[in-house]
Write a protein that binds this ligand. Sequence first.
Ligand SMILES: [Zn+2]
Length: 465
Amino acid sequence: MGLRFHNTLTRSVEPFVPLRAGEVGLYTCGPTVYDYAHIGNFRTYLWEDLLRRHLELRGCKVTQVMNLTDVDDKTIAGALRTGRPLDDYTKTYIDAFFEDLDALGIQRAALYPRATRHVPEMNAMMERLQRKGHLYESKGSIYFRIDTFPAYGRLSGLDPDSAAAGQARIDADEYDKDNPRDFAVWKMRKGEEPFWESPFGAGRPGWHLECSAMSIKYLGETFDIHTGGVDNIFPHHENEIAQSEAATGQPFVRTWMHAAHLIVDGEKMSKSKGNFHTLRDLMAKGYRPRPIRYLLLSAHYRKQLNFTFEGLSQAEASLCRLDDLADRLGRTPLGEGRSDLSDRAERTRGEMLEGLDSDLNTAAALGPLFDLVRDAHTALDAGTARAADAVAVREALALFERVFGIRLGPDACLDADIEALIERRQQARASRDWAAADAIRRELAERGIVLEDTPQGVRWKRKGA
Ligand SMILES: [Zn+2]
């Protein structure tokens, strides 16, 4: 049936057809570089990475552009607080962001344009908007007049007069608007804040304007896909559409895609609740990026994902089960020919592709894969697997590796993974979570790991080793 994606603009799953055959322009809203990114951010960035890998698997050449918001209220506050120049302050978090991307195996975008390096492009867009009567000045700042763009609210489905829309005006800089729904495109220079000279006076750009100006510069006035988290839909993406379409007179983005929230232990992540995790926090606790990547990709992106440490242990165990199969297929001598398992594996591969084609439903792709993994282990145990079966099963595993961006194999599941699982089991026992402890013991047993309690702590060995 081909690729189908959910388009926030039409609220439906639609066939995806790129503007130019075989080429996809993809704009993914990037981080505001005032702090380390958290796992909720990475859920979105990982899903975008999977989107790109799947488009590439389906033969598209993808040009991905991700902005870095390196000037806004938060970056400026951080720079002023630490007494560092803005560029110096944001460099710390830009460098950290790229380190985190690499740790998680996220492919680099073609371009990472920075807001502070695109002020002339933003001013040019403002001049276009001004000529067409969409802007007004108030106390030195420049605002977009929403009444001049009748399609406003189409993406979010939000009544522009609603209370939620009114919320958007809570911004100390914006008390002088004609209409609370209007938003700033250029903020007047204030106090010691960094500023840029422009035909509109000294100041700095509004957040929404950077994404409009930079996406159009690198991907054209109309491009294929724009993504972000659901929290970007309003006001950020709504405002991007208003500015872009008002300036160019062209449709801005054909398909808008948004990832649902990540919650932790059933609650919204927040620093005050102690359930706020950056990638660095998790790695410092001994978790490895591979299971984090897997866990964050394993649920369909439009469903809320509940992150728990138990889920992370299960993710490690699931990956190790795939590793074990890849390992067994590589070293078990098999007779000539094929059995039912070959057909089974080919069918599974088809089901995985169908799940991914269908709005990147990763959960629908993983279910059949793990059924196949179980059956393949059974066939290997029973001695009924044949050489052609191994090839067919390996192809299903290779599809997983390619789209999920996770390498499998005997050396991928290291002693460190096993030790991490044992440590998780100890923690579960210490907190009297017997169900979790048992689940981990079973996972380890399935992987041929034998545990032995000794006065010095838990020891482990591989069965038969
Ligand atoms: Zn953006």
